[in-house]
Structure formats: structure tokens, C-alpha cells
Design a protein around this ligand. Structure first.
Ligand SMILES: C[S@@+](CC[C@H](N)C(=O)[O-])C[C@H]1O[C@@H](n2cnc3c(N)ncnc32)[C@H](O)[C@@H]1O
Length: 260
């Protein structure tokens, strides 16, 4: 479930079939991956958020892994932007478990970034596991919204989307996690579907007598090479910063908007 998302959530509007997006995956998201994600986002972004003086913006906060790390690692205000109810519910539960002095510094915005009205609130923005999930026209609406939300000279650090379509279907088992008498697990299958990547998740809960429940959800991703991404972002004023020594992230600075 990591590295994919459901683009219909992006608009922050009710999904076409009336079902809350991530309604299936939100139940399994943290139990199957929070531990690994916690280490990963710390490794990838903690040095960045420590440089923040005015604020950290977590774009597509999901269940709050980056938000929580930012609150701990930085003394700045944190803005967590999460339009989807199911993911935001888990985010609020995570925040409710945090000490009040940390919680005082975080504001949750229940909209897509371009609908949030956020302006000049952060000098560091993190966008983890989101860009690849945005349909291209929606992705292009994100850049001006990030530029507005950043202070002049602010830096956006993002997780790169997949660079290309998979050539064959790839099946990955999610970790099996024990909760009391039950085990939770699942499988992700990614495959090319036209210009998109289809990521299908099957989740299960197992008891002593066998499977108790099975749920499934499908997500979509749009591949984009690093060079194409840098080019697209430069059209919106972002200048890529030097390589960060990993294959996963890209950082870019925005000089600030002329209209302030
Ligand atoms: C795959 S989830 C990743 C969540 C979290 N960053 C993580 O890595 O666990 C992508 C999230 O981005 C959110 N999202 C999608 N489009 C967005 C937008 N335009 N502005 C803010 N959030 C958005 C979705 O609602 C979803 O929770």
C-alpha cells in the first residue's frame, strides 16, 4: 500500500461511487506499514524539517507519519493537508495520542492543497508518496498551490513517482502482523494499464480457523521520469537542488511569487 494512492481523493470532493476513498485501505494502512514508514520518513526527511524556522507543510499527510516526525524533529509550526476523511481520521487519532505541547503546533487542513487557501506558511514542504498518485492535470495544479504555501526561498522535498510503467505484473506480499488472536496481511499487484499503473491490494484478516475477512481496493499511479518532473516543476518556478544521495527524493526551491 505504500507508494500508491487513489487519485479520486485528490479533489477533496465526494467520490463518484459515493464511497469514502481509502475507506478500505485506511484500516490496514498503519498496522501493515507504520513501523517501516516511520523509519523511512525519518531517514528521508528529518534533516530537512530540522531546517524549518517558520513552518513545515505536509502535503497529503495521510495517517500522519510525516506530520508526527516533523512535530518531533522540528520546533516549527506544522500544517498537515489531508482531504480524505478515512485517512484524516487515522491522522487525528495519531495526533490525539501525542502530548498536548506537540499537538499545539499542528494544524490539520481537510482539503486538497489547491483548495486549502494556504499562503506563505512554510519554509519546508514535504510531499511523500503523493506525486505519483496524481493524474497529470491534477498534478499540475499542485505546483502553484505549493508555491503559494511556501515562503520565498522555501524548499519542497518530494518522493519521486515511478519513472516508468512496469513491464510485467509484480506481486508483493505485505508484512503479516499479529494483533491479539488475529493476523493481518495482504498482497499488492502492480501492472501497466495503458499509460497508468494499476495497483490492486487484497487485504485479509486470519484467525485460528482460517480467513475471517477479505477486502480489496485498487489505486492508480502515473509514471514520470525525474527529468520530466524537474522540467514540469521548472515551468512553475521551482529550481531543482543538487542530488540528495538517494534515488527516492527530489528537492526544489521556489524563489517566491511576484504577487507576494
Ligand atoms: C498514498 S497516500 C500517502 C499518505 C502519506 N503521505 C504517507 O506516505 O503515508 C496519498 C495521500 O495524498 C492525499 N492527497 C491526494 N491529493 C492531494 C492534494 N491535492 N492535496 C493534499 N493531499 C492530497 C490523499 O488523500 C492521500 O491521503
Amino acid at each position: 500500500m505504500n507508494d500508491v494512492c487513489n487519485d479520486e481523493a485528490e479533489a477533496g470532493t465526494p467520490p463518484r461511487d459515493g464511497r469514502d476513498q481509502y475507506a478500505v485501505s485506511a484500516e490496514f494502512y498503519d498496522i501493515l506499514q507504520a513501523e517501516r514508514d516511520r523509519d523511512r520518513v525519518h531517514r528521508l526527511y528529518s534533516a530537512d524539517v530540522r531546517t524549518a524556522r517558520a513552518g513545515v507543510l505536509d502535503i497529503g499527510a495521510g495517517t500522519g507519519t510525516v506530520t508526527a516526525m516533523s512535530l518531533v524533529e522540528s520546533g516549527a509550526a506544522v500544517h498537515a493537508v489531508e482531504p480524505t476523511r478515512a485517512m484524516r481520521t487515522a491522522l487525528m487519532t495519531r495526533l490525539a495520542d501525542m502530548p498536548a505541547d506537540l499537538r499545539m503546533r499542528v494544524t490539520v487542513h481537510a482539503r486538497a492543497l489547491h483548495d486549502s487557501g494556504l499562503r506563505a506558511v512554510a519554509d519546508v514542504a514535504i510531499c511523500h508518496n503523493v506525486i505519483g498518485c496524481l493524474q497529470p492535470t491534477r498534478r499540475r495544479t499542485l505546483w502553484p498551490a505549493v508555491a503559494k504555501a511556501l515562503l520565498p526561498g522555501g524548499v519542497l522535498v518530494l518522493q519521486l513517482p515511478p519513472a516508468s510503467l512496469p513491464t510485467t505484473a509484480v506481486s508483493t506480499d505485505l508484512p503479516i502482523v499479529r494483533v491479539g488472536e488475529h493476523e493481518y496481511g495482504g498482497r499488492m499487484v502492480t501492472s501497466a494499464d495503458g499509460e497508468r499503473i494499476r495497483a490492486h491490494f487484497d487485504y485479509w484478516v486470519r484467525g485460528r480457523a482460517g480467513r475471517l475477512r477479505e477486502r480489496a481496493e485498487t489505486f492508480w499511479m502515473w509514471p514520470l521520469s525525474r527529468a520530466e518532473l524537474v522540467e514540469e516543476m521548472s515551468e512553475h518556478g521551482f529550481a531543482a537542488l543538487p542530488d540528495r544521495g538517494d534515488d527516492v527524493t527530489l528537492a526544489a526551491r521556489h524563489p517566491g511569487l511576484l504577487d507576494g
